[in-house]
Design a protein around this ligand. Sequence first.
Ligand code: FCB
Length: 449
Amino acid sequence: MSEPLPAFPAGFLWGTATAAYQIEGAVDEDGRGRSVWDTFCAQPGRVANGDNGEIACDHYHRWAEDVALMAELGAGGYRFSIAWPRIQPDGRGPVNPHGVAFYDRLVDALCELRIVPMATLFHWDTPQPIEDAGGWLARDTAERFAEYAAVVADALSDRVQHWITLNEPIVHLLCGYATGVHAPGHALLTGALPLAHTLLLGHGLAVQALRARGAQSVGITNNYSPAWPATGAPADLAAAAAFDGLYNRLFTEPLLLGAYPDGLRQAFPETTALPELADADREAITAPIDFLGVNYYFPTRLAAPAEDAPLPFELTPIQGYPTTSFGWPVVPEGLHHLLVGLAERYGEQLPPIHITENGCSYDDAPGPTGAVHDPDRIAFLDTHLRAMHSAISAGVDVRGYFVWSLLDNFEWAEGYAKRFGLVHVDFETQVRTPKSSFHWYRDVITATG
Ligand code: FCB
């Protein structure tokens, strides 16, 4: 590409990220229970093309090949998620030894190759029996989640260096419970907001369970989308602030500051149903974390809503930037501003950051020689790494970067149509072909790692 990338701090962790339901397949094997995604995919019209995760990348059987790919990449870390229904098929009680053994093998293989494991406990695949008992709307789910965290930590905390409790709780809340475009498919609109408290409590109780079992480094991963007001008009500024409070601050401030964001209750009357951070919950929720996982894809542009609109903002398209095949605008400077903004907003309260996801989907396909050229992904990653570097130079403590994703995979409601991988997967044959971005990233890791 253009100029070589600048040097990154010593020990910077370069890796890739995946999630269990998106890659594992083997949904009925070795005692795995059902998850909300199995149920959701079986409902007609929920997922593009009627796709589901029954086979996905068949990673449950091909994990050794996938770990070998990471070694070829020279990756220093791997962020993966653990499927709760594989560990506890009912989401509570008896532990499935085959499920534990799968992650045990995976973690051993990573450690042997000196690839640092970063395990996410919840990447949206709630056991169906837990959903049937109220899912994340029920306070008991937070307790069950902590019980599951304890089981996993007992098995793996001697080798897993970094733990992530929840992946993108705001996205789970909005897509899974407010709009219903993801499993479990509830469309409660703003009525979903009280769920935030259960998710936060589940996080906090899991942190305690992990720490009690010797986990060294514990965090949470949030999705952040810088809020751009459509104009400088006060009504647009207010719309951007309301979105920011909901999307970027709801799952950050209770943890770091011990309070729900200012203005949240005024902007969203439904959040009056959120309990005040009562003393007992507050202690769990504000338990210190060792790092904040930051997922960044794109900013959001907000305008004042129409008078009788249900939300205090309206999303408006961002113009003037290239877009990915998802239609997401490519705005690398958004990553710089996000990181610097987090440091400015939270100061001393902000723990070190890992970028736990960043990446793009393009319609990558093998050319006549079988090679997969994805120059747009290389440009995306190159510009985002520079943006991250400039934030580090400005003083933000970023310790690692994980490309979403190692493999093309099951992209939730979009099925297999959206390809985010550094490695192309032919879903008919399961043949893996590293794309040119894989070779590019390997060179970045070698040169800057
Ligand atoms: C994030 C999800 C991840 C993947 C990417 C594209 O929101 O955490 O599983 O789907 O988006």
